[in-house]
Design a protein around this ligand. Structure first.
Ligand SMILES: Cc1cc2nc3c(=O)[nH]c(=O)nc-3n(C[C@H](O)[C@H](O)[C@H](O)COP(=O)(O)OP(=O)(O)OC[C@H]3O[C@@H](n4cnc5c(N)ncnc54)[C@H](O)[C@@H]3O)c2cc1C
Length: 364
């Protein structure tokens, strides 16, 4: 029996645990501190096809990550597990200069050849949109893509961890290399997956590593509406603001991208009030909705904004991923499964050479 540990139960660690647990000769233990987890705080938008980022390796990962949800859903459904953390309700893209919507349409239409998941692309007027999202205003027309999805991060990780049957230990842990493996919390493991998000440096620096990953604070606010929001599409105006309807009448508004706050998790009402004010420009009835609460999480960024994964240089049988930035709910499941495959000596969809861990994790 191979004893494997996963440190971090965000989207990467939970998916890795789920896929590891499908091997009969592997015993999985997951350790999670849980504080500041990006996955639980995420807006949960899966819609990478409109991005103008020039990083081809990132885009390949993001589009394959969006596609991979279909495999994950099928795998869970085969196991008899509910997949209600994911809904493909479509996305609406808005531009201040609406003539620029054509550029987005052309980009996505070209990408649809390799990503049919994008679905239907349509320009819709404010009037046409009233049926799918009553009360949405502040624009003349927008671009709608039926394949866009929303994911409830906390429900997803909960589902995966439960389905994995892995042993769960909710605590902060250190990694200690010993002869023939590693010790975590006094227990011996043959192999370890580090899915510690923005905290990867804190896990590896005591072992003499320098890790190029910095934290970014993200906040959003959750509302309870009087109506059912189950089928409403996600609304993505320009800039930081997104309006994300979830089930049971809840709508999230966010998210901030704060680079100067380190690992701070304090709710800053001024930031959220500003986002809410902007959102009310598109959805005036938010002003009368109940506030359910605020969420704060820490994203992980590398200095060139690229995610990475692979075998940690100098630590045999230790695999890590980080730097998923603001698209980790899109790329996380694919990366998690790939880490599980790598740890068991199998190939994955992505070429690790395109996301080289040695560029970001170095022995000091
Ligand atoms: C506000 C916000 C909005 C976002 N919106 C979107 C979106 O719309 N679409 C999208 O695709 N992405 C989005 N993201 C990004 C996405 O959430 C992240 O990129 C992704 O969740 C990162 O997953 P992860 O598993 O790498 O890290 P995390 O989810 O941060 O998980 C890491 C876990 O490791 C644990 N850990 C760390 N060190 C230790 C230790 N020593 N011992 C035990 N446990 C440890 C942490 O406590 C944490 O629980 C958003 C993020 C934020 C914050």
């Amino acid at each position: 029996m191979k004893r494997m540990a996963v440190i971090g139960a965000g989207i990467v660690g939970s998916t890795a645990a789920y896929y590891l647990s499908r091997y009969p000769d592997v015993q999985v233990t997951v350790f999670d501190h849980g504080i500041g987890q990006a996955t639980k705080a995420a807006a949960g938008i899966i819609s990478p096809w409109f991005s103008k980022r020039r990083n081809q390796a990132w885009y390949r990962m993001a589009r394959l990550g969006a596609d991979f949800y279909q495999n994950l859903l099928a795998d869970l459904e085969k196991d008899g597990v509910s997949t209600d953390f994911y809904q493909q309700t479509g996305v609406c893209l808005l531009k201040k200069d609406e003539s620029k919507l054509q550029e987005l349409y052309d980009l996505a239409a070209a990408r649809r050849k390799e990503s049919p998941l994008i679905g239907d692309l349509q320009f819709r007027t404010a009037e046409q949109l009233q049926e799918s999202f009553p009360g949405l205003t502040g624009f003349e027309r927008l671009l709608y893509a039926s394949g866009g999805a929303r994911v409830e991060g906390s429900l997803l990780t909960e589902t995966l961890l439960k389905a994995s049957g892995a042993e769960l230990c909710f605590q902060k842990v250190d990694l200690q290399p010993v002869d023939q493996g590693y010790v975590i919390d006094g227990r011996h493991f043959d192999s370890v997956i580090l899915a510690a998000g923005a905290w990867l440096g804190q896990v590896l620096s005591p072992l003499g590593y320098e890790v190029d990953v910095r934290p970014q604070k993200g906040q959003l606010r959750d509302f309870k509406m009087a109506e059912s929001t189950d089928c409403y599409p996600v609304v993505m105006p320009e800039g930081e603001l997104d309006i994300i309807p979830f089930t049971k009448g809840s709508i999230s508004v966010g998210a901030s991208h704060e680079n100067d706050q380190g690992f701070d998790l304090t709710v800053d009402l001024s930031v959220l009030d500003q986002l809410q004010k902007e959102a009310e420009g598109y959805l005036p009835k938010l002003a009368a909705a109940d506030i359910l609460g605020e969420r704060v999480g820490t994203r992980a960024y590398t200095s060139d904004f690229s995610p990475f994964f692979g075998l940690v240089p100098g630590l045999p049988q230790v695999y890590a991923a980080s730097g998923l930035g603001s698209s980790g709910l899109t790329t996380g499941p694919l990366i998690g499964r790939q880490l599980a495959h790598l740890a068991l000596g199998e190939a994955g969809l992505l070429d690790p050479a395109d996301y080289p861990i040695e560029r970001y994790v170095r022995k000091g």
